[in-house]
Design a protein around this ligand. Sequence first.
Ligand code: BMA
Length: 375
Amino acid sequence: MVTRMARKSGLVGALLLCVVAALAQTVLPIDRQATKRTKALYKNLQRMAQKGFMFGHQDDLAYGTAWKYEKGRSDIKDITGDYPLVYGWDLGHLEIDSPVNLDSVPFALMQQLIKTGYQRGGVITISWHLNNPLTGKSAWDAAPGTVTAILPGGTHHQVYTAWLDKVASFMQGLKGKRGEYIPVIFRPFHELNGNWFWWGGSHCTPDEFTALWRFTVSYLKDIKQLHHLLYAYNTDRFSSQDAYLAKYPGNDYVDIIGFDIYQRNSPNEQFMADADTMLTHLEGMAAKHQKLPALTEFGGNNNDSLWWTNTLLPLLDRHRVAYALAWRNAGAKPNGEFEYYVPYKGHPAANDFLNLYNNDKTFFQKDVRKKKLYK
Ligand code: BMA
């Protein structure tokens, strides 16, 4: 028999749960002037992360392994009849006034496709493989002293702010039908603990990196007055929370924390164990710092036709991330590589991808009514 007391304490417990749930949903963007829709998006990302994860894909609407610039097409749609919920784009080469980005996507088309994705109710995230402002070479040109050269007082500071001005105008051009700004998860200086980019690893000190990050956020938010951005901080693979946070710019400068992980040739068990550890760390840090966790980029095992439901799904089922973004389906590249991270029509894993799509824990476009994430 349930006693009155037990009923009461059950009620109190339920009430407490509601309070905790409500509190868990009250994290606001770092930008106190964030637009209504940006705040709503951040809130809804937090809400939906309790139930599953949003599926994302880089350059999804621009090209697939076997096509380019076909209106309405998507490799994901070819298989599932639906679009991803998160659309990744990259601004690399915008800074040098190139009409196309580093992967040949015309910026004018990108802007259009961002609007298309948003109008369907999708989420936009933008990374930036910016060239090295000191040498003018690529993002992979890790010339020593680049970060100090572009910080305030550095020899190339103005080069960098001029580049940020271009990013700001691109962002300012992202508007919906009513003239409202389209919220964007901006993810600059990604994979910051790796040594391959000029801003990464040993190429700058923690102080230099955090100064660069804080300057960048303040410049876009306070000088350029952009209030439709959420900021994502992300490393590559990492070994501990201390390692992850070694260059963390602070809670006032970050909305989302994530990491990038590629399985490459490692066995599924190894990948799962590695990712499990990192996701556990990420969740711990997210709870402690009141930030939203995300798998900001991933790539799995293309040769395993059951990878999606046997590896990725159980992994993300055990953890909480707002979204997981698969990298681009570049297809055949000039260097002879055939690069892709989601199956395409006819691929042996296409059916398994469809099973992932049909799982309750994964959110694609149709799972979210138009504009629902922005209210
Ligand atoms: C890498 C590869 C490259 C691409 C770069 C930036 O992972 O996909 O082909 O140029 O990302 O998008």
